[in-house]
Write a protein that binds this ligand. Sequence first.
Ligand code: NAP
Ligand code: ZN
Ligand code: ZN
Length: 361
Amino acid sequence: MLTADSAAATRTPTQLETPAYAATSATVPLAPFTINRREPGAHDVLIEILYCGVCHSDIHQARGEWGQSTFPMVPGHEIIGKVARVGSEVRKWKAGDTVGVGCFVDSCRQCEPCRAGEEQYCDNTPSFTYNGYERDGKTVTQGGYSSQITVDENYVLRIPDGIPLAGAAPLLCAGITMYSPLRHFGVKPGDAVAVLGLGGLGHMGVKLAKAMGMHVTVLSHSPNKREDALRLGADDFIATKDDGIFKKHANRFDFILDSVSAPHDFNNYLGLLRRDRTMVLVGIPDPSPVNAFSLVGRRRSLAGSCIGGIRETQEMLDFCAQHNVASDVEVIAIQQINEAYERTVKSDVRYRFVIDMATLR
Ligand code: NAP
Ligand code: ZN
Ligand code: ZN
């Protein structure tokens, strides 16, 4: 643990000492740590963090599974909090507002994707909430497993009244990651949608697709999730370990949202798509080969999708408030974070861990 003394030695007068949990390397558990947040500048908002969701991407990055991790790393990009203070030029937010921060805290604001409101695809790399860099290209960003965060006012989301706050946290990543492709690829009410993998992303996919009026089937490698899938709103459930399912359900779906975090054979699932339909990867497992025959025979598409921009994330939050959609969460203390990682990797989470950040103070 970095001591208060050593943190003070590196702190400038414009920084705020902030308790956090960090991974100091890819092979050690997360542990208490102290970081410095900047004092809010003219366009910044200082947010007291109340809840932070635990995304599988936190685990991939804290364990160096994407090969580009910077340590020490404070993960967390499903942040809900209250505005503590705002900079002199901020007009959108005031102290006491309930707000959210998702997977990025800034972007170049000039490239074509940024101007189109798709900041997550910024040509100059978004400033990811952690394991990234601020716009200066050298200040390492640190995430939501911490008591406060300073963010530019334009990268803050409004949490509508009525959504339970712990259940709102996962919307900032899991929710928007499933909402955006359902909108972008033009999936229509009544379409047969398959959600592959019933975890944090998957359970949000079920709820959102149902709220949009689609016919939803969960495909899961955990046969014991059938009841949950139906309770969450799915119309059907297929256990992918059962014999003959790929033949039985061939050419059945209009759209597949694949949220599986571990390597699996994409070709099997592509075979479940109808002609001219699309399977979208949102899960980010290790690579796995795609056979051209899986695509060419029925002019199928395999695509990918990454979270969503600020405007669409706000739209998704408002949609959730309107349709009573929130995540099913298990609220944990920050001290349980390493156990929560183990359980997530074993697909043993119902359906998102969310840290009560009061346990850090
Ligand atoms: P999660 O809660 O751990 O869910 C992943 C699900 O994948 C599990 O619940 C499980 O569902 C299935 N699964 C796990 N191991 C499996 C295996 N060995 N074989 C088959 N299925 C397996 O993770 P998450 O937070 O939802 O994230 C899922 C993936 O999406 C991660 O790779 C994450 O990094 C990525 N992600 C991407 C974006 C994006 O913008 N594209 C955003 C957030 C996260 P069943 O038990 O039902 O089979
Ligand atoms: Zn995430
Ligand atoms: Zn940009």
